[in-house]
Design a protein around this ligand. Structure first.
Ligand SMILES: [Ca+2]
Length: 443
């Protein structure tokens, strides 16, 4: 897996700053940066990482068009310290997002917290501002809610979202409902002006956040200014939610509904960039702040794939994140897709297709059903099996009459738009214009 990099959030910050600096040096306009940060989404929630429902077609396509990082780590298995590390490029122990009175992994910023991001920390949007960027945070901040910690005091130019998790509803007496801000001022509260129905899981917040992202991108495009969009949405954090069109559409329950809406939104953001002609000058990075909260799964929590435990633990399930980089023309497509997550065998499960016709890998499935130890090429056993196999292959090739290939041409019009009987149910759809095209198999 040579194309797969070991990576951390510190690496991410370095990449972004290097890209911006290089671009400033060699191009009239530095690249835009879109950071799509999920909340409590697990490594195993993406189809490309093996989630069997395959309900993330847009993210899977993003990975196929860009680079997947199977070994990407957050700096902490909990929201606040992970986000502080992401935006500062510094470990929580350095940027102050830890506690010395309990396990650091359990410290975050609830409404009761006094502290927040110190002025002494240099956040990514502050550095980008010096390079001429306009920055917007959409969604959850979580680096402190008191006035001195406001994101517009720490480099961001715009904000639509909340300072804390969408817990609630509260009674506004013992505890206030969490405010939702537009820039400097609150414009409502969760469970009031921004409803979340805990019984049905319905909320339109992801749609609001999506629209904010699309509008911001379009405005900056019109201004011809480089931008940084930090899209920190939280639909996959319990209590999970989705808007009505997505509720009940997943095989995975309510959590899956949230995933599907997010996946759809990511697809719309990438399409928007393409539509504006910005895709070759925009680095998009997708990841999550910490692993899936198994304590809430399956209805309110996700999957960490083959990895142990999840959020609030420092095992792999808590800190290894899904991660994809997308930048057409700059990041080659299809890099780093790992078809054997957690099961890599050196020299066997390689990413690149290799020629093994003359010297095939041979396993003894009786002794080694897991295919971990290919027989040594130099062994007598290998030579004996190879001789017998070669003879069978030769017989097969001599007798072979190839059929007409059926999988070369694709056409949107032939899909199940109007299967037999659809008229009776009123479920017939009008197919698009017939456009035969060569099928692509990105992964
Ligand atoms: Ca989180």
């Amino acid at each position: 897996m040579a194309a797969v990099a070991e990576a951390t959030t510190g690496w991410w910050l370095l990449l972004v700053l290097s890209a911006a600096e290089l671009a400033v040096a060699h191009h009239p306009q530095p690249p835009n940066i879109v950071l799509l940060l999920m909340d409590d989404m697990g490594w195993g929630d993406l189809g490309v990482n093996g989630e069997p429902s395959r309900e993330t077609p847009n993210l899977d396509r993003m990975a196929a068009e860009g680079m997947l990082f199977p070994n990407f780590y957050s700096a902490n298995p909990l929201c606040s310290p992970s986000r502080a590390a992401l935006l500062t490029g510094r470990l929580p122990i350095r940027n102050g997002f830890y506690t010395s009175s309990a396990h650091a992994r359990n410290a975050y910023t609830p409404q009761e917290i006094v502290g927040g991001i110190p002025d002494s920390e240099h956040l990514l949007p502050e550095l980008l501002k010096e390079a001429g960027y306009t920055s917007k945070i959409v969604g959850k901040w979580h680096l402190g809610h008191r006035p001195q910690f406001h994101p517009l005091r720490h480099g961001f130019d715009e904000w639509f979202g909340s300072p804390n998790c969408h817990f609630g509803p509260y009674d506004n007496r013992a505890k206030p409902n969490i405010p939702v801000y537009r820039d400097w001022e609150m414009v409502g509260r969760f469970y009031e002006e921004f409803p979340i129905n805990l019984k049905t899981g319905e909320a339109n917040l992801t749609q609001l956040y999506l629209q904010e992202a699309l509008d911001f991108i379009e405005r900056q495009h019109t201004r011809q200014r480089p931008f940084f969009l930090y899209w920190a949405i939280d639909a996959t954090h319990a209590p999970v939610y989705a808007s009505r069109p997505f509720l009940g559409t997943s095989q995975r329950g309510r959590y899956g509904d949230a995933i599907r809406e997010i996946d759809d939104s990511v697809g719309k953001i990438l399409s928007h960039l393409r539509g504006l002609g910005l895709e070759k000058n925009t680095l998009v990075f997708f990841t999550s702040d910490n692993g899936a909260a198994l304590i809430s799964a399956p209805e309110q929590g996700g999957s960490n794939g083959p990895f142990l435990c999840g959020k609030q633990t420092t095992f792999e399930g808590g800190m290894r994140e899904p991660a994809i980089a997308w930048w057409p023309g700059h990041i080659a497509a299809g890099q780093g897709i790992n078809f054997c997550p957690g099961q890599n065998v050196s020299g066997v499960t390689t990413h690149t297709q290799e020629e093994h016709t003359e010297l095939p890998l041979i396993f003894h499935l009786g002794r080694d059903p897991g295919e971990r130890f290919p027989l040594s090429f130099a062994s007598a056993e290998y030579q004996d099996v190879l001789d017998r196999t070669t003879q069978v292959v030769r017989q097969h090739q001599e007798a072979l009459v190839p059929g007409q290939p059926q999988l070369n041409v694709c056409n949107q019009a032939v899909m199940n738009w109007a299967p037999p009987g659809c008229e009776k149910l009123g479920k017939c759809l009008t197919p698009p214009e017939s456009v035969p095209e060569k099928c692509s198999w990105p992964h």
